[in-house]
Write a protein that binds this ligand. Structure first.
Ligand code: 1GP
Length: 241
């Protein structure tokens, strides 16, 4: 299964795409079966796995457990090298383009190579842009970077395009996990107008209406994590588009 091709095919066929994010720190192994069952019954196309502060040796058992209950592709969305496991299908090889911390632009990537050399994971170079949402996010703390000002939209667009020209195959606009408000439709629209590679949007999306706003603005794939951990009703709403 090739996740990038799948994303591109769905875009070609005008299909919206949803990823449910599972943060290894926020789920117990015994709860995976029930949670994944709900994901299976929803419109979700992918399961993303990752978080900002995941301890060593937690991600692999979680991925194995998820895979027992679903055929959906499991895509690693790692906050750190220790979250890499070849038990997943694919890996978003994230470069934090919004920040200026070399560790998250290239350093962790070099560190990851010995592990990646031994895997058959599909590796998808992804430009990752953290956009300010009025409060400090975990990504910001862990990576010691500043988010991009949501007022300087041109700068956000230029950063996304720089990522594309550097060869990144996806761009991810991130408001931060559990953000009070998601990335604004205005920003999504500006980026998607100029970008040729698929656009992922996540962080703080709590309702179907907010998800729809992101799609209407040009998101190709929306990621929802926190809201689905907390709100059973949202799963019911997501049984159909
Ligand atoms: C976080 O974009 C993802 O990195 C999803 O965010 O948990 O707020 O849905 P939420």
């Amino acid at each position: 299964m090739n996740v990038l091709n799948n994303i591109l095919n769905n875009i070609f066929n005008n299909k919206k795409q949803l990823a449910v994010l599972i943060d290894p720190e926020k789920i117990r192994l015994e709860d995976v079966k029930g949670f994944v069952k709900k994901v299976n019954q929803s419109v979700a196309n992918y399961i993303f796995v990752g978080g900002s502060t995941v301890p060593v040796d937690v991600t692999e058992p979680l991925v194995l457990e998820i895979k027992r209950y679903t055929n959906l592709p499991v895509v690693l969305f790692p906050g750190d090298v220790v979250q890499i496991t070849d038990k997943a299908n694919s890996l978003l090889f994230l470069s934090l383009l919004s920040g200026r911390n070399p560790a998250y632009l290239i350093g962790k990537h070099v560190e990851a190579i010995p592990r990646l050399k031994e895997t058959s994971l599909e590796i998808i170079p992804t430009g990752y842009l953290l956009i300010e949402n009025g409060e400090t996010t975990m990504v910001q703390k862990v990576t010691e970077t500043e988010p991009m000002s949501s007022k300087h939209i041109e700068n956000i667009v230029n950063t996304a395009l720089a990522g594309e020209l550097l060869g990144m195959r996806l761009v991810y606009l991130e408001a931060g996990s559990g953000a009070k408000s998601p990335v604004s439709p205005e920003i999504i629209k500006a980026v998607s107008n100029d970008l040729s590679v698929p656009l992922i949007v996540g962080g703080g999306i709590k309702t179907k209406a907010q998800m729809q706003l992101a799609f209407d603005a040009g998101a190709n794939l929306v990621v929802i994590g926190t809201a689905l951990e907390k709100n059973e009703a949202l799963f019911n709403e997501l049984k159909r588009w």
